[in-house]
Ligand binder design. Structure first.
Ligand SMILES: Cc1cc2nc3c(=O)[nH]c(=O)nc-3n(C[C@H](O)[C@H](O)[C@H](O)COP(=O)(O)O)c2cc1C
Length: 236
């Protein structure tokens, strides 16, 4: 390792404790738009394919627009959840899910309670940010990859910048099921501009965020040869 240019304790803590915050978004405390702009200024330091910077970002502060987008988000999520059970008509039992995903069910339940809280409250979050990119998704695999991929690095920079200033967010995509309706709310030319995600932004309550439990590195990181036995088994 070279000589660290940064205080690694601080940077590693920032990188390992920037979480998806839903229940701890402070819905009462206003968010200053200057701070959001400052964080977006840092976000815009991120890379884009060919340095094309075809991104556009909309900060949504207007109450009526937030309300409408929050409603669309909630409806999309509920439709997705209803659709998820449709498969073969049979609901999956928790035990099946545990075997299929080899996951900690209590953690899954906590996650769903948190997701549900955001579904109920997205419309009340003080500021929403919608990152967009010029163009739609049609095209070659490299084009498709660079469309989303030219915005997500900046999205993550934005989340890191928020966290370092006592604010928080959660990357969400559910509203894209009805992207065109949100485009109409915000005056986005849908045929030419792709929305990438929806970011609720608020101060957070409480002071601590922990490191996440993730799959062990050896299950997901390989050297020189892909381990195909990790595909299709439990937790694929
Ligand atoms: C591309 C992407 C889409 C996501 N969409 C949603 C979403 O629609 N709603 C939501 O509540 N969380 C969403 N999340 C957040 C994930 O659920 C979250 O990152 C994951 O549970 C891990 O939690 P952590 O970020 O706190 O470590 C999304 C995250 C990513 C990266």
């Amino acid at each position: 390792m070279g000589v660290p240019e940064f205080d690694l304790d601080t940077t590693d803590r920032l990188l390992t404790t920037t979480r998806s915050v839903r229940k701890r978004l402070d819905l009462e405390r206003p968010v200053e738009l200057d701070v959001v702009r400052e964080c977006l200024g840092l976000a815009l330091q991120a890379a884009t394919g060919g340095d094309n910077q075809r991104w556009r970002w909309i900060i949504v502060a207007d109450e009526a627009k937030r309300e409408r987008i929050g409603e669309i988000y909630a409806e999309c999520f509920r439709e997705l959840m209803a659709g998820a059970g449709d498969g073969d008509g049979a609901e999956e039992e928790p035990a099946d899910l545990q075997e299929k995903f080899s996951e900690d069910l209590a953690a899954q339940e906590r996650l769903w309670a948190s997701v549900d809280h955001l579904i109920e409250n997205m419309r009340r979050v003080p500021v929403l940010v919608v990152p967009c990119v010029l163009g739609r998704l049609e095209g070659s695999p490299s084009w498709v990859s660079s469309q989303y991929g030219s915005v997500y690095p900046a999205v993550w920079n934005f989340l890191l910048a928020l966290r370092s200033r006592g604010l928080a967010s959660c990357i969400t995509c559910a509203h894209l099921e009805r992207e065109q309706e949100v485009a109409e709310v915000l005056g986005i030319p849908y045929e030419e501009v792709l929305q990438v995600c929806l970011l609720p932004v608020a101060h957070h309550t409480g002071t601590t965020f922990g490191r996440a439990a993730r799959r062990p590195m050896d299950e997901v990181v390989f050297v020189d040869e892909f381990d195909a036995t990790t595909v299709g088994g439990p937790g694929w």
